[in-house]
Design a protein. Structure first.
Ligand SMILES: Cc1ncc(C[n+]2csc(CCOP(=O)(O)OP(=O)(O)O)c2C)c(N)n1
Ligand SMILES: [Mg+2]
Length: 560
């Protein structure tokens, strides 16, 4: 039913109708009309950040954890521009968000009024700016629909002062769930099953969208049926239980072990991922001509982007995995597989041995440095993983220490570990808070590189101000370590130079040290600096006892 109201009220009514309870933002004068309305909507909490990247980081993790678009309110052009780095990440990683800001009076077109939609068009799925109040309900409805349906991503809506202050008849009707869980084409599934049947040595690679599509059990079933090794690709969401005996870890072309492993397989079954997406250029085609690729993905346009694909299936991951498993099972029971059951058993056994071998190799590697000072990243993660409560959730922005994080923190289901999945640093501080806002009953620990933390360090204040009781654990190696790691790989593996200079890379070290524990204290948080690994467990107990947010600034070794 139509109701007369102002544009600014329509914005708030639409948020209420959409079920939005959290606004992550940073206000400016142009947003005054909206901020002023908040007093009338106590059911909606506004989390004030002191820099827009913090708000976007909060929105990113909140959306991924609640599986629905988050709402972020930024300031006109300058504030919006500050949010762009993490908006780009959200676009690349498909995180549903509705981001807004307000603009000046549209009659000021001759002055320095920025075209806000134009400003963010490259980093959004859809971007519009409104001049009329009566545009607000339908555009907000479409914004949530667009953000929440494939390809998911950030959507931008700008409101001029005219749209916010004008009065019009409004229909406040929220978006409805769009059922875009596409079913796979039967012919494609039959072709995929045939390739699996013909394969002697397949591998399963699972991207974040396996987790998004709630397809972990289906992935386990197919993996166990085939006895294949399983890799997680990128690994920002949990797509496979890390303790599973066939789980090989995170796949990255930057790792020699990953690249070499690929040579062993005659078939890659890639599900819910951007196939072989990577930082460096490893060639225009990664697989050799004898290797086959099945790619299942829910997003049209993601299949066949770079890698020649033998069978491409646009489908919800859960449904496609189920259907493939059904046919493969039939092949097996009819004994029609190219390989015999014994061979599948052998493959399963071999996968388990490989997993154990890699696990043991890691443990052997870190054993010698177990008592070193500063402590090794492995020791830090070992102590931390033993100290945190059973129901803790991990936000992983550990950058170059991700291998150690993943070695010691088991993850069984979606949400056990939520990783930063984009390219920008600075996401972790906000994402830790966003994860905590979405999961108020679980202790949340954000494991964050010191460089990434410093990019949005003012975010700590929001945790104190809004009493968000998460724990920020800083991997304090005093450097941008990953730049050294990557530069070594670039020089030796891409340029084929014999003496990589990563260790001595200029401007990768914080030669003037900073103390994040005292910075935290200065912003009203509990903060501790830890140099002795035996102090990690007592410090975790202490920070949890405060009931508020805190920082554990852990000094670790950064050598390559
Ligand atoms: C906004 C932004 N600026 C710069 C970079 C380049 N960059 C990528 S990783 C990184 C260093 C991260 O350092 P830290 O968080 O300390 O983790 P470490 O490498 O030491 O493990 C930098 C500067 C980036 N990705 N994003
Ligand atoms: Mg660092």
């Amino acid at each position: 039913m139509k109701k007369k109201m102002s544009g600014k009220q329509a914005v708030m009514e639409m948020l209420k109708a959409e079920g939005v309870t959290h606004i992550f933002g940073n206000p400016g004068t142009s947003e005054g009309p909206l901020i002023d309305m908040l007093g009338d909507y106590p059911e909606i909490s506004y989390f004030m950040t002191l820099q827009e990247s913090v708000a976007v980081g909060m929105g990113e993790a909140y959306a991924r954890s609640t599986n629905t678009a988050s709402f972020v309110s930024l300031h006109v052009d300058s504030g919006l521009a500050n949010g762009i780095a993490l908006m780009l990440d959200a676009l690349n990683s498909g995180t549903p968000m509705v981001i807004t800001s307000a603009n000046y009076d549209s009659r000021k077109i001759n002055e320095t009024k920025t075209d806000l939609a134009e400003l963010v068009r490259p980093v959004t799925k859809w971007a519009v700016e409104l001049d009329l109040p009566d545009q607000i309900p339908s555009v907000m409805r479409r914004a949530f629909n667009e953000a929440n349906s494939h390809p998911k991503g950030p959507v931008y809506v700008g409101f001029t002062a005219n749209a916010l202050e004008g009065i019009a008849d409004m229909n406040i009707i929220p978006s409805a769930k769009i059922h875009d869980e596409t079913r796979p084409d039967n012919t494609a599934i039959a072709k995929a099953a045939q390739l699996i049947k013909d394969s002697k040595n397949p591998v399963l690679m699972l991207g974040d969208r396996v987790s998004d599509d709630d397809a972990i059990s289906e992935a386990i079933e197919l993996a166990e049926l085939l006895g294949t090794p399983v890799y997680q690709f990128r690994g920002a969401e949990v797509s496979f239980p890390t303790k599973h005996p066939q789980y090989m870890g995170i796949y990255s072309l930057r790792s020699k072990r990953s690249r070499q492993a690929l040579d062993n397989f005659d078939l890659v079954i890639a599900v819910g991922m951007d196939v072989f997406e990577e930082l460096f250029y490893w060639g225009d085609v990664i697989l050799n001509s004898a290797q086959k690729l099945i790619h299942v993905d829910p997003i049209p346009g993601r299949i066949g982007r770079t890698e020649p694909t033998d069978v491409g299936v646009i489908s919800n991951c859960k449904t496609a995995l189920k259907d493939i498993t059904y046919i493969v099972k039939k092949h097996i029971t009819e004994n029609a597989m190219g390989v015999e059951i014994d061979e599948i058993n052998l493959r399963r056994h071999q996968s388990k041995l490989d997993v154990q071998y890699h696990h043991q190799t890691f443990e052997n590697l870190v054993k010698d440095n177990w008592d070193m000072n500063p402590m090794s990243p492995a020791r830090m993660m070992y102590e931390l993983s033993n100290a945190i409560p059973e129901n803790a959730m991990i936000m992983d922005d550990s950058v170059s220490n991700r291998d150690a994080v993943r070695h010691y923190f088991p993850a069984e289901k979606r949400g056990d570990i939520v990783g930063i999945r984009g390219q920008s640093i600075g996401g972790g501080i906000g994402a830790t808070m966003g994860l905590q806002c979405a999961n108020p009953k679980n202790p949340v620990f954000g494991i964050i590189g010191d460089g990434s933390a410093m990019m949005t360090i003012q975010g700590l204040w929001t945790a104190a101000n809004d009493k968000i009781p998460c724990v920020f654990v800083i991997c304090n190696n005093g450097m941008y370590r990953v730049l050294r790691v990557n530069y070594n790989i670039y020089q030796s593996e891409i340029l084929k130079e014999t003496e990589p200079a990563g260790e001595n890379l200029l401007h990768s070290e914080f030669s003037t040290p900073f103390n994040i524990a005292t910075i935290a204290q200065g912003m009203g948080l509990h903060g501790e600096r830890i140099t002795d690994p035996r102090q990690i467990a007592p410090a975790v107990t202490r920070v949890l006892k405060t009931g508020g947010p805190g920082v554990l600034d852990i000094v670790i070794d950064g050598s390559l």
